[in-house]
Design a protein around this ligand. Structure first.
Ligand code: FAD
Ligand code: SF4
Length: 400
């Protein structure tokens, strides 16, 4: 009997694409509600029922140790390192460690399919989630689609296909909902390869960001908020345009980020087995967080294809974070010459390595805490995880 037939497995009618989602404005379009697993939405949705600590205990065998500051910031982990591929994949977001692990898992028969996200033919930034069954399909999903992506919309197909071993690649809100319904999927083994995620946008929001920030929005192939405190835009002709963070038009861009991302406290993808980002690593390197034995097994597959170095930290983020809180709140934008100068200074003396990651987490959690407090005061107590509350408590926030 398949899980679908199982009396334990309940279904409900998926919502139409145009229907309002149960999380309302806070919906991150994770895709769950596009499937019959919407039946579980009240428990599973990251924005209706925040349950990171419980799911951590189920997935990793323990939740964050609240006495340990590294756990507050980076989540449950057994190892962290900086890494890069010896031969990077051309056109990947960074060096392509994510795509490489997925391809190895498929080639070695560890999984029968990989949930990842390609883009539509018409629009390089319009996400199109798929279950990849060939290395070519995985490669076609490389590079970030910096837009909300309904990765879980393919969940019904998993059950229908009879697949038993699956890798899912995704960001925190998708993975929280996935972990909540994991036992209903009828799988023998689920592997989860996560990336950190912050400040995501709808497709329309992305256009506003590109139009406001880049000199040539129509030729942008990808962009990233880099450790040198600049946004790097890569254009079709291979050229790189950089814009200092401090020169962003914060007033114009204040509403650009999706409300879900303004209310998110899972920047580091707490529930993935293995996380691959960049922000805790030196410039040009990727940042790897191994959360559990499954994650170690996945990383070991590519050990001979990557070089690694230990993570480290320098500088002190706290003053910069404290000063950024009222500046962001008031929508202060520096003139470009001052922003460039500030970028150069802060790059020289500012936080680096794990301290840069903490800087980014602190800045986003304090901003998001104020957002939830002001817009969803009734949700504040349950929605903000304890580790995030501890991070926010380190700073002085405006009273209203
Ligand atoms: P690649 O080999 O290029 O593969 C990228 C993978 O990402 C693909 O498998 C694809 O399926 C998946 N993907 C692409 N877009 C999405 C999406 N919208 N939702 C879910 N999955 C997607 N890292 C940080 O350290 N700090 C950050 O602030 C940060 N912000 C991010 C914001 C977004 C929206 C995303 C998607 C990622 C972010 N990352 C961040 C992760 C980082 O940018 C890289 O994705 C990661 O280091 C992997 O690089 P790679 O070259 O190994 O990936
Ligand atoms: Fe449904 Fe996901 Fe939106 Fe929550 S975030 S309402 S689970 S689609």
């Amino acid at each position: 009997m398949t899980a679908i037939d199982s009396p334990k497995h309940k279904k409900a009618k998926a919502l139409k694409p145009t229907s309002r989602r149960p999380a309302k404005d806070l919906c991150s379009e994770c895709g769950l509600c596009d499937t019959y697993y919407i039946h579980y939405v009240k428990e599973a949705c990251a924005f209706i029922n925040q349950q990171i600590a419980e799911l951590e205990a189920e997935t990793h065998g323990r939740s964050r140790n609240l006495e340990n500051q590294d756990d507050w910031y980076f989540g449950v982990h057994q190892d962290m390192m900086a890494a890069r591929k010896k031969q990077p994949i051309p056109g990947a977001q960074w060096t392509g460690i994510v795509s490489t692990i997925a391809i190895e898992m498929l080639n070695r028969g560890m999984v029968e399919g990989v949930v990842c996200v390609q883009n539509t033919k018409e629009d390089r930034f319009q996400p199109m989630p798929i279950i990849a069954r060939t290395p070519e399909e995985i490669l076609a999903a490389k590079v970030n689609k910096p837009t909300l992506s309904p990765n879980l919309s393919v969940l019904e197909q998993i059950e229908q296909s009879g697949m038993k071993r699956l890798l899912v690649i995704g960001v925190g809100c998708q993975i929280q909902a996935l972990r909540a319904v994991e036992k209903q999927l009828g799988l023998e083994k689920l592997y989860v390869l996560g990336t950190p995620c912050v400040d995501n946008v709808t497709r329309a929001g992305l256009q506003k960001f590109l139009d406001t920030t880049s000199k040539s929005p129509e030729t942008v192939v990808y962009y990233e908020f880099m450790q040198d405190f600049r946004v790097h835009f890569k254009h079709e002709d291979g050229s790189i345009e950089t814009v200092p963070f401090f020169g962003l038009n914060t007033k114009e861009l204040k509403d650009v980020f999706a409300p879900s991302c303004m209310a998110c406290f899972d920047y580091v993808n707490s529930l993935a087995d293995l996380v691959v980002g960049y922000m805790g690593a030196p410039f040009g390197w990727q940042w790897i967080v191994v959360r559990n034995d499954t994650g170690k097994e996945m990383l070991d597959l590519v050990k001979d294809q990557i070089e690694t170095q230990p993570v480290n930290a320098s500088g002190d983020r706290r003053n910069a974070v404290q000063q950024s809180i009222p500046a962001y709140d008031k929508g202060v934008t520096l003139p470009m010459w001052a922003a460039k100068l500030m970028g150069v200074v802060i790059e020289k003396i500012g936080p680096k390595g794990l301290e840069y990651a903490r800087f980014s987490i602190d800045s986003h959690f304090t901003r998001n805490y104020l957002y939830v407090k002001r817009n969803y005061p009734e949700k504040l107590a349950d929605h903000v995880p304890e580790y995030a509350q501890k991070i926010v408590n380190q700073y002085k926030l405006p009273q209203s």
